[in-house]
Design a protein. Structure first.
Length: 426
């Protein structure tokens, strides 16, 4: 996720200062303020964090295998606000490393996209393989003015489609990948890759809204477990996104409209016949490029905030209230297994007054999956099976997560989360 400059009330740095001083029951940081040392570090431009998410999941019905698995993911983040340090105006260094261990039900539940996003990333050639430590985000962010910035380095794209009620990296909101990013992009946009971006904010974010345009060029190949420098000849991807934030009275809203174009890579042509090539035998036809377009939006219906409403660009619920969200995506049907995706639902934060950081939501998604049509004269069509994922979860960080799966193309998820139990962020 590309950060935005801090609000005008805090002009000394790029990033706002987190509130580490909340009480145990409402603090988002398990170890708190370290006796004031953590806030002091942040005021000097250094923000560090460790997030450890554990999960127990079971396939209760349907799926490929009715099983229960345990796994965990650790994220280590360091943000160096060089502007706040007094080193370089408008500069920020972002760092994220990840570890993963245990197993998940992603291969057992049935759907194409994972029912547990945190267990899928970082990407590996073997599903659920343990990862000791890998760097997925190491980027230099440089704002040249209050309206123009650049990003260069290895970037993590999971926060690239922010939505107030349906983002959260599979930790703070929905776990299902269909509710976190647009499935039309999922098999063409890498999770971690070398990239460069140009950010233009003709209307910088404020309480009245904001407009941000981002253009990015990156390697198409995923570099979760490598530096990415050996992937320059494996395809290039361009993405462009328009991000709008606004307020209808006191009710924040926003939307993203974007597109993707990948080229200089061989993409399998899905709806075609096997062809015979001299010296190669039977092969799948390929084409050099592919594309996708997407849209997402959210709108609060009720906000219980005192004072002015600050419209955040982080893609995480920041207000006490609830609202609606939606996503739509279209992709090249000749090269993308999912060529149409639609999702939507309701979400919110702070359902219980004494639990202001709890999030909740109910979502439904539909994906139109391509038939893999590899035909020879006289042969039969090969069509993979697809499944509905129905999730109903009263979720505590220490409670198990149940899944129901059966045949079909749609899915729903119900969630309620509170910050307690196993999941911790220090």
């Amino acid at each position: 996720m590309l950060p935005s400059p801090a609000p005008a009330a805090s002009p000394a740095g790029i990033l706002p200062i987190p509130d580490y001083s909340a009480t145990f029951w409402s603090n988002a940081y398990l170890t708190g303020d370290w006796g004031g040392a953590r806030t002091d570090l942040a005021n000097k431009g250094v923000q560090v964090g460790v997030e450890w998410t554990q999960f127990v999941q079971g396939v209760a019905s349907g799926g490929n295998d009715r099983t229960t698995e345990y796994g965990a993911n650790l994220n280590y983040t360091i943000n160096l606000d060089l502007m706040r340090m007094g080193v370089l105006p408008g500069a920020l260094i972002k760092f994220r490393a990840e570890s993963r261990y245990g197993d998940s039900v992603n291969a057992d539940a049935g759907p194409i996209l994972p029912v547990n996003t945190q267990a899928l990333f970082p990407l590996n050639s073997t599903l659920d393989k343990d990862i000791g430590l890998t760097i997925t985000d190491l980027a230099w962010v440089q704002f040249l003015s209050p309206n123009v910035g650049t990003v260069l380095g290895k970037v993590d794209t999971l926060d690239g489609d922010p939505n107030e009620f349906a983002s959260g990296r599979g930790v703070t909101q929905f776990m299902n990948a269909n509710m976190i990013f647009n499935p039309a992009l999922s098999l063409r946009l890498p999770y971690s890759t070398l990239a460069t971006s140009v950010i233009w904010m003709p209307v910088p974010p404020s309480a009245k809204g904001g407009i941000t345009l981002t253009n990015t060029v990156c390697n198409t190949a995923d570099s979760s477990l490598s530096s990415g420098f050996d992937d320059f000849d494996e395809g290039t991807t361009w993405t462009g996104e328009l991000d709008l934030r606004y307020a209808l009275g006191n009710l924040p809203g926003g939307m993203n409209l974007g597109g993707l174009y990948s080229f200089n890579q061989d993409f399998a042509h899905l709806n075609t016949r096997l062809v015979f090539r001299p010296g190669e035998g039977l092969s799948i036809p390929k084409q050099n490029s592919t594309w996708a377009v997407y849209w997402s939006a959210f709108q609060y219906l009720y906000v219980d905030d005192s004072g002015p409403v600050l419209i955040e660009m982080s893609g995480a619920a920041k207000h006490q209230g609830f609202g609606l969200f939606a996503r739509v995506g279209f992709a090249d049907e000749e090269t993308n297994p999912i060529d149409i995706s639609v999702s939507g639902g309701i979400g919110g934060r702070g359902l219980i007054p004494v639990r202001p950081n709890d999030t909740y939501g109910l979502g439904y998604y539909y994906n139109r999956n391509q038939t893999l049509r590899l035909l020879l004269s006289g042969s039969r069509r090969i069509q993979p099976g697809f499944r509905v994922l129905l999730q109903h979860r009263h979720h505590s960080r220490s409670s198990p997560d149940s899944r129901l799966a059966s045949g079909g193309l749609g899915a729903a998820e119900c969630r309620y989360r509170h910050r307690a139990g196993i999941k911790s962020q220090s």
